[in-house]
Ligand binder design. Structure first.
Ligand code: AMP
Length: 287
């Protein structure tokens, strides 16, 4: 497995890969790898000849400097995990390699306006900018994203459509701990009490699914049920929202033939966690 630090070397390697007739799969990450990331790597290996992951903690997507400085950094063990899982190349540039007095940023209208975009000003601009740069450097055939960050994944699909990036986007299911907590690099910050309480995220999704299957279609009923459960676990709620899958705009009711996302964000202590499920009137499609 190659570990590459510079844009020039990365481009050279990709050029050689192309010349050899191989397709490239790409998994962008901020490191602190867990099974969620590795599930994306496995899918990349299944679908592409050559798999690249990037490990880069992208400062410009952090709206909270404390979140950036305490973001877990485990580069050596990440490389071991990547190698053990068949990654061909880790691209891990220094910040100064990617950002040299950057003046150009990628923004998007509407799709980032609700959910995480509303509570994390500037976050998505940071994400779209770094993903655009990485796509231009690596020029993957397929890039893999987790449903865990569904708004990010849906926006990146739209960005590729709008800016004609010749990259297909694959959105892969959420990998969870045994009790249902969605895996996240930030989970290591939870105390055992916070971790226990955070299980309420998955319980809330399950409860909403139950109501849905029993015919409930009103957002406010679904929301208040989830809010009650979250309050009961002393979660500090950021949002509990139902949005249309296509537009990511809030929806009031679940309509026939519709596809929606029911999404949650809440703090347990200082740690903000998110979770979601993709639903139709018949129930949960993915969660
Ligand atoms: P991050 O390192 O948090 O930026 O995540 C890198 C990629 O891994 C993103 O596409 C995430 O959506 C995805 N990811 C993070 N957690 C999970 C999970 N629990 N299951 C599946 N994918 C995940």
């Amino acid at each position: 497995m190659k570990i590459i630090r510079t844009v020039r070397e990365m481009r050279e390697l990709i050029k050689a890969t192309r010349k050899a007739g191989k397709t490239t799969g790409f998994v962008p990450t901020m490191g602190a790898l867990h099974e969620g990331h590795l599930s994306l790597v496995r899918e990349s290996r299944r679908r592409c000849d050559f798999s690249v992951i990037s490990i880069f903690v992208n400062r410009i997507q952090f709206n909270d400097p404390a979140d950036f400085s305490s973001y877990p950094k485990t580069f050596e063990s990440d490389c071991n995990e990547a190698e053990a899982n068949g990654v061909d190349c880790v691209f891990a540039p220094e910040e100064s390699e990617l950002y040299k007095n950057q003046k150009t940023f990628v923004t998007m209208q509407t799709l980032p306006d609700f959910l995480c975009g509303a509570s994390r000003p500037g976050h998505f601009t940071g994400v779209f900018t770094v993903v655009s740069k990485l796509f231009n450097i690596i020029s993957p055939d397929v890039a893999f994203f987790g449903q865990k960050d569904i708004q990010q994944a849906r926006c990146i699909e739209k960005m590729c459509e709008d800016l004609d990036f010749p990259v297909s986007i694959a959105i892969m299911p959420i990998i969870r701990e045994r009790e249902g907590l969605a895996m996240s690099s930030r989970n290591v910050r939870l105390s055992s009490d916070e971790r226990e309480r955070a299980l309420v995220l998955f319980r809330s999704l399950s409860r909403v699914e139950e109501l849905l299957v029993n015919g409930e279609t009103r957002k406010e009923t679904l929301r208040s049920e989830a809010i009650n459960l979250l309050d009961g676990a002393r979660a500090r709620i950021d949002y509990v929202e139902l949005v249309h899958y296509d537009t990511l705009m809030p929806a009031d009711t679940i309509e026939k033939n519709g596809k929606y996302i029911f999404a949650l964000a809440a703090y347990f202590g200082e740690t903000r966690l998110i979770d979601n499920m993709i639903i139709t009137p018949e129930g949960c499609l993915y969660r």
